[in-house]
Design a protein. Structure first.
Lengths: 293, 301
């Protein structure tokens, strides 16, 4: 017969045992997630690297996979970003400043905040439908760079607003008080004291939002961005295509050769995003040093 | 002295700036109003041609060929098949990662794993779509020989991978917000780490965790490129993950890409589908917000 002591001992051993088992179970979850990342990157590299060369970057799309390139797609991505990034930055930061520094705590401000949270959760394709009716049709912009850029601006605004708000909120109150004590007005305090200190965080958020815009496909498909473009956009009213749409076009074809250049396009896309994120980190560090001085 | 010489902005300039800032903030409200207004208007005009009863009760969705059927349920089933699959995949992975990172991992593991998970979160969905079609589907075919080239399962897995970092980082935030004293109290009573995690930490953080899952569901419902590439274009009234399905988002892409003339009934149908999609995600987003509000209250106690 097992004694009570024996039962206790076994129970204790079992508790220790399940504790160490679950430690491994939780760890496996991370391992699976990271393995997937590895498989994804290696798989794309193995398919795409052979198709990646200088000609691929400098050729227009073609019916032949071996001659096709991403020149017009790269130009299109660049063209809409130089409109979207400053526009979204300006409106986003202004909104964040308003909410953090100027807005009174009332139901309307609460509504604004809730609305922004909700906007961030609306599927990107819905923004595409908004852009289609409002910009492409309503404002007669057609399938232009400008229509795409405005649609993307609305899409990434909530991300920039929320990250800018966080950056502004993290500025110590003592800095504001010092500014007021020196006779600074609210506007002076915000633009000369708070903003410079918050800028690293704001820039990081903006660059992440811009990365999101560069990788987005669905809204631009919906507004009717073309899939075959053999010219460069020359002005905001040019028609255009972007890198993700070019990749989508190639992925949708059955031939293996096109799948491989799709992978090559993905490598370029990921490289651009990596570069942007590295820039975000460098900018942040630089600003941080400046604000320390 | 005039205000210019002292560098002191005049009162009217202060007011002007405040107004400009307010106008920017107002733009977000305008965006929401426009989204709802445009979807509603276009959907309304669609429903004047196709009665809403047909939209809800018919069992087939064949708007692009004769005889036309407008039963959105087929698209909803496709969307739900992919979303449920994705959640089944992402919840164990995301929560497991979150628990490991917040409760077990040392500083060094965290500093390596967190940025890697962030990379996973930053990968564009088009890349996941390629991954599903070119890598996941062939790999699955080794186990399930009768799997089609386009199927809901691969898309589910890819969407699941996409939303895993979202669940793990939001849940981890919720777990980290649990006061350390609670854990120490539990250890002092002789609990193991596992018992502390399941009996103390997770119950305390549950609303944050649930809200992260609800947000992830919303993301999965609205995901477009992965399903357009890998799940196919066959609306079906079934939950079979091995078949080709069509989601609401994939239908919108299909019509946008095709040569359906703008303004035709077929074209306007994307707005009816769009408003349904918008409703689904809106409910999820509001639910997540509501659950998190509750969390804030309990954290104050």
């Amino acid at each position: 017969m097992t004694t009570k002591r024996e039962i206790n001992r076994r129970h204790y051993a079992w508790r220790q045992y399940s504790n160490s088992i679950f430690r491994i179970v939780f760890f496996i979850a991370i391992v699976i997630a990271l393995l997937t990342l590895a498989v994804l990157l290696l798989g794309i590299a193995s398919k795409g690297l052979s198709a990646l060369n200088w000609d691929f970057l400098t050729s227009y799309p073609s019916r032949f996979a071996s001659k096709a390139g991403i020149k017009s797609a790269l130009a299109g991505t660049f063209a809409f970003i130089i409109i979207t990034a400053p526009l979204a930055f300006f409106i986003g930061v202004c909104t964040a400043i308003y909410l953090e520094e100027y807005a009174k705590k009332n139901w309307f401000t609460k509504l604004l905040e809730m609305n922004i949270t909700n906007l961030a959760g609306i599927p990107s394709i819905v923004y595409g439908m908004l852009g289609l009716v409002l910009f492409v049709r309503g404002m007669y912009l057609g399938r232009s760079v400008l229509a795409g850029a405005l649609t993307m601006t609305l899409l990434i605004l909530p991300i920039i607003i929320v990250s800018s708000q966080e950056a502004i909120r993290s500025v110590p109150v003592s800095l504001r008080h010092a500014s007021y004590a020196l006779g600074g007005t609210l506007t002076q305090t915000v633009f000369r004291v708070v903003l410079p200190v918050a800028m690293p965080g704001i820039l990081t958020g903006t660059i992440l939002a811009v990365s999101r815009a560069i990788g987005e496909t669905a809204p631009l498909l919906t507004i009717g961005a073309l899939t075959y473009v053999a010219f460069l956009p020359t002005n905001p009213f040019s028609e255009f295509t972007v890198l993700p749409i070019q990749i989508f076009n190639w992925v949708s074809r059955p031939q293996a050769a096109f799948q491989d250049i799709a992978a090559a396009g993905i490598i370029v896309l990921l490289a651009i995003l990596l570069l942007l994120n590295a820039t975000a980190i460098i900018l942040r560090d630089k600003y941080r040093k400046k604000s320390m001085e | 002295m005039t205000s210019k010489t002292t560098g002191q902005p005049s009162r009217s300039r202060e007011k002007l700036i405040a107004k400009l800032l307010f106008a920017c903030a107002l733009l977000s409200i305008v965006t929401t109003v426009l989204i709802v207004g445009i979807l509603a208007q276009e959907a309304w005009s669609f429903f004047s041609d196709v009665p809403i009863q047909r939209f809800i009760t018919e069992s087939e969705w064949t708007p692009l060929f004769e005889p036309q059927h407008w039963g959105i349920r087929s698209l909803v089933y496709g969307t739900l098949t992919v979303t449920i699959g994705a959640i089944l995949f992402a919840v164990p992975l995301g929560l497991g990662s979150a628990v490991y990172l917040s409760e077990y991992a040392g500083h060094r593991t965290r500093s390596i794993v967190k940025p890697l998970l962030e990379i996973l979160a930053g990968i564009p969905t088009i890349v996941y779509g390629y991954f599903a079609l070119v890598i996941i589907t062939p790999a699955l075919k080794a186990f399930i020989p009768n799997l089609g080239v386009y199927n809901a399962l691969s898309a589910s897995i890819a969407v699941g991978i996409m939303i895993t970092p979202m669940i793990s980082s939001l849940s981890e935030d919720a777990l980290l917000a649990v006061p350390k004293t609670l854990r120490e109290g539990s250890y002092a009573l002789g609990s193991t780490k596992l018992e502390t995690t399941f009996h103390i930490v997770i119950p305390y953080a549950i609303s944050g965790i649930v809200s992260s899952v609800v947000l992830a569901i919303s993301r999965a419902l609205g995901e477009t490129m992965i399903v357009s590439i890998a799940a196919g274009a066959t609306p079906r009234l079934s939950f079979n993950p091995l078949e080709s399905v069509q989601t609401m988002t994939a239908y919108i892409v299909q019509v946008s890409m095709g040569d359906t003339p703008y303004g035709s009934v077929e074209y306007r149908s994307i707005f009816a589908v769009g408003i349904a999609l918008f409703m689904f995600t809106l409910i999820m987003n509001l639910a997540a917000m509501f659950i998190k509000e509750k969390f804030k209250v309990s954290a104050k106690l």
